[in-house]
Each structure stands twice: as structure tokens, then as C-alpha cells.
Design a protein around this ligand. Structure first.
Ligand code: AMP
Ligand code: MG
Length: 407
């Protein structure tokens, strides 16, 4: 049986994991990954502008201005953001200026309005300065980013700051990696979608369909097609045909991959695509099938809900993130202290669903109850997967272990 490490390595190095590049309006680009470097084609700021509301002073003429010996200068113009372009300032002229307004040629610096007083006289309006003009109050053209500089590099995740910068640089459409298109197949004669109709004896509600759809979306994918197949070769074959036609990069099925007589997913995958491996030495999720269906990577997840969600987390989330162009595709690992004994048999790598609490710099992991792979309630409050190594036996309370941190 394949080890966890070998299975993950095989999957993540599959040649079919290729991002698709698309163009998006900036307003829809949050969370996507930039598919190209972004160079600045304009200066930021685009022109010298004022950092303050106050007065721009022509020439270095105010160095002696103090509160006790203020300097009085004539105001020759008013300059506001978005107004007409200013005239050059001659030495010993003042211009009333507002934040963001263009600084006129000849300006030495600014005095903040708080350090000034207006004086209306018959011969015009003057300003009395209690501080020398400060050149630091000029925001220089290109001081944020200059033309030709690299503003953002390929692979950056587009967040709030990136959107602001791209907008300022007038990138209103951008090249990004598209969300991976995923096909989702649930299987099982007993499975019925949630609805108002009552269940017949022996039927159960579809938990994996809704949960896997949410997991796909959370991982950055988009569900292109979601269908259900009965436990018959014809039904599974028909589902595979539809999934192949949907142009998916990844196809995920739930159920029907075990040794049961009515498990057809693996059989039909071998018939229509390739089966690279089946079964991985992990717990939960041993009966995991992996292969290809046309160009799509195919993951046959076990039907038990906790198994399917944990195997999704371990193997599919990293693939979806890689297709989406993300550089960090795996969860961070942290060392945790165990709050209770955790029984573990050697042979398989076990991923114990845990809550995580931090206290005085130590992270404590507590299992979310019994780890039966059918138990959906064990998926509630999961903040990490504690790694019980295949070569290690039981883990004791207070021991340290490694945890995949789901944050
Ligand atoms: P299977 O792998 O098809 O043998 O299924 C294993 C277990 O998972 C069985 O108890 C199924 O009833 C259950 N199961 C399969 N698919 C789903 C599903 N979509 N939602 C909830 N439980 C499921
Ligand atoms: Mg089944």
C-alpha cells in the first residue's frame, strides 16, 4: 500500500496540474492569484502634491519664522485637489494649498494651517507663519512607486491592498489564474439529496455532496457539474461521460471505491481513464483512488463522510490551490501538546481531528470525540489534524506531536 508521503508526492507532481490563465475585471479579482508581474506604468504619486492643508511657500525664505517672530507673506493663489493646475511660485510668495493638491513649481515647502493665521488687509490677503516651511510636506512624484518599478509579482494573492495598488496604477482588468473547474460525483443507491420528501427505509441524506461542494469552494475551486450515480456500472459510466464533457480539471467522487460488490467507481475509472493507485496507508481514508479521466485528475474518495472530508483536505485542497496558482499549497504544521492519551496503531498515518487552543504560547490539541469515519459530528470544531506517524504507537497525554493547522 502506498504511504501518505508517496501518494501526496505522486499527486502534487502530476503533469496535469496546470493553471488556466484568464482575464478578470479588478472588481472580481479578490482572492485570485496574479498570473503576471505588474510593472508600474505611471508614477505614484503622479505629481508632487501636498501632504497637508496649509501654505506652500516659494523659496527658502521662512527659516526664521517662529511663534514670537512670525513671518508675513502675500497669498497669491489657492490650489485645491482636482482644481486647475497652479502657477509657479516666486520666492516669498505663499499659496493656500489643500491635501493632495499639486505643489507649484518654485515651492520650498509647506507650513501647516495650524501654524498660520490669515490677515486681510486693504492691499490683499496675507498669511502669518509661526513655523518655517517644511519640504517634508511635499509628497514627491514616484515616491510610492516609480514608473518601471515592479509593483506586484506573479503569484501574489490579490487582497485588499493589492486591489488598491492595481486600481491606483489603472489596472482595471488583470490576468489571473482561473478557479479550478471541479466535477463532483456522489454515488450510492441509499443516498438522497436533502429535501422535504421523507426518506424510505434504508435511505440516508447526502452529506458528502453539500460538504464537498463547500470544501471545493473554500479551497478556491468552482463546481462545474455536480451529479449523482446509482450503484450500477451503467449509471457510473453515464456519470463519467457527463463529467468528461464538463471540461473539469479535477473530478471528485464519493463512495463506491471500496471492495464491495456494488463499488463501481474504480472499475469504470480503469475502463475509461487510468487508475494510478488505489488505497493509501492513512486513517481515515484508506480506500482512496487516484487516476485520470481524460485530462482531469480523478479522486475517488471513500463514502464515509469524515473519510471523504479528511482525504479532500489532505490531497485535493493542495491540488486545487496549485491549479489556482497559489504558492503556499500546504497547511502550516505546528507542534502541539496533547491534552489526553491518543491510541494509535502502527502501520498507517493517522490524522486525528482536533480542536486547538493556545495558552501562554503553547498549542494544545484535543480530539473532537470518537474518530469513527462515519461520525459527522467529529468534523465539528476541527481546527487541526494531529499527525500520528505510521512508525509510532500510542501517543500519551502531554506528549508533543505535529499538527496540520487548518487556518
Ligand atoms: P461506500 O464507500 O459507498 O461503501 O460508502 C461508505 C459509507 O458512506 C456508507 O455507509 C454510505 O452510506 C456512506 N455514504 C456514501 N456516500 C455518502 C454521502 N454522499 N453522504 C453521506 N454518507 C454517504
Ligand atoms: Mg456506496
Amino acid at each position: 500500500m502506498l504511504s501518505y508521503d508517496d501518494a501526496l508526492h505522486h499527486i502534487l507532481h502530476h503533469p496535469n496540474i496546470i493553471p488556466t490563465i484568464t482575464t478578470l475585471p479588478l472588481s472580481e479579482a479578490r482572492g485570485f492569484v496574479l498570473a503576471s508581474d505588474i510593472g508600474a506604468t505611471t508614477n505614484l504619486p503622479a505629481f508632487d502634491n501636498s501632504m497637508v492643508d496649509g501654505f506652500a511657500i516659494g523659496g527658502n525664505v521662512t527659516s526664521k519664522a517662529t511663534i514670537d517672530t512670525p513671518l508675513v507673506l502675500p497669498i497669491t493663489q489657492q490650489i485645491r485637489a482636482g482644481g486647475t493646475m497652479p502657477r509657479p511660485l516666486r520666492p516669498a510668495e505663499a499659496a493656500q494649498i489643500f491635501t493632495g493638491a499639486p505643489v507649484p513649481e518654485g515651492t520650498y515647502g509647506m507650513v501647516m494651517v495650524e501654524d498660520t493665521e490669515l490677515e486681510d488687509t486693504e492691499s490683499g490677503t496675507f498669511v502669518s507663519l509661526r513655523e518655517p516651511a517644511n519640504p517634508k510636506f511635499i509628497r514627491k512624484m514616484g515616491s510610492d512607486i516609480a514608473v518601471g518599478q515592479l509593483a506586484l509579482s506573479e503569484g501574489s494573492v490579490i487582497g485588499v491592498g493589492e486591489i488598491g495598488l492595481l486600481a491606483a496604477l489603472n489596472w482595471h482588468t488583470i490576468l489571473v489564474c482561473a478557479k479550478p473547474r471541479v466535477g463532483l460525483l456522489t454515488t450510492g443507491d441509499e443516498i438522497v439529496a436533502p429535501s422535504d420528501a421523507p426518506l424510505q427505509p434504508g435511505q440516508i441524506r447526502d452529506a458528502n455532496g453539500p460538504a464537498l461542494r463547500a470544501a471545493i469552494e473554500e479551497a478556491g475551486g468552482v463546481v462545474a457539474l455536480q451529479i449523482h450515480a446509482q450503484d450500477s456500472p451503467e449509471s457510473v459510466r453515464e456519470a463519467f461521460t457527463q463529467l468528461q464533457a464538463a471540461g473539469c480539471q479535477v473530478i471528485i467522487s464519493s463512495g463506491g471505491v471500496s471492495m464491495g460488490e456494488h463499488d463501481y467507481v474504480k472499475v469504470i475509472l480503469e475502463e475509461q481513464g487510468t487508475l494510478d493507485f488505489w488505497r493509501v496507508a492513512i486513517k481515515p481514508g484508506k480506500p482512496l483512488a487516484f487516476g485520470t479521466l481524460r485530462n482531469a485528475l480523478f479522486f475517488g474518495l471513500p463514502g464515509n463522510p469524515a473519510s471523504s472530508l479528511v482525504t479532500f483536505e489532505l490531497f485535493i485542497r493542495p491540488v486545487l490551490r496549485k491549479v489556482a496558482g497559489q504558492k503556499e499549497i500546504l497547511r502550516p504544521q505546528i507542534t502541539v501538546a496533547l491534552t489526553q492519551n491518543i491510541p494509535h496503531e502502527t502501520g498507517r498515518r493517522e490524522f486525528v481531528r482536533c480542536g486547538v487552543k493556545e495558552e501562554s504560547g503553547v498549542f494544545y490539541a484535543t480530539p473532537t470525540g470518537s474518530q469513527g469515519s462515519h461520525r459527522l459530528s467529529s468534523m465539528i470544531g476541527v481546527e487541526g489534524l494531529l499527525i500520528c506517524h505510521e512508525d509510532h504507537g500510542d501517543y500519551e497525554k502531554n506528549a508533543r506531536a505535529t499538527l496540520l493547522w487548518l487556518r
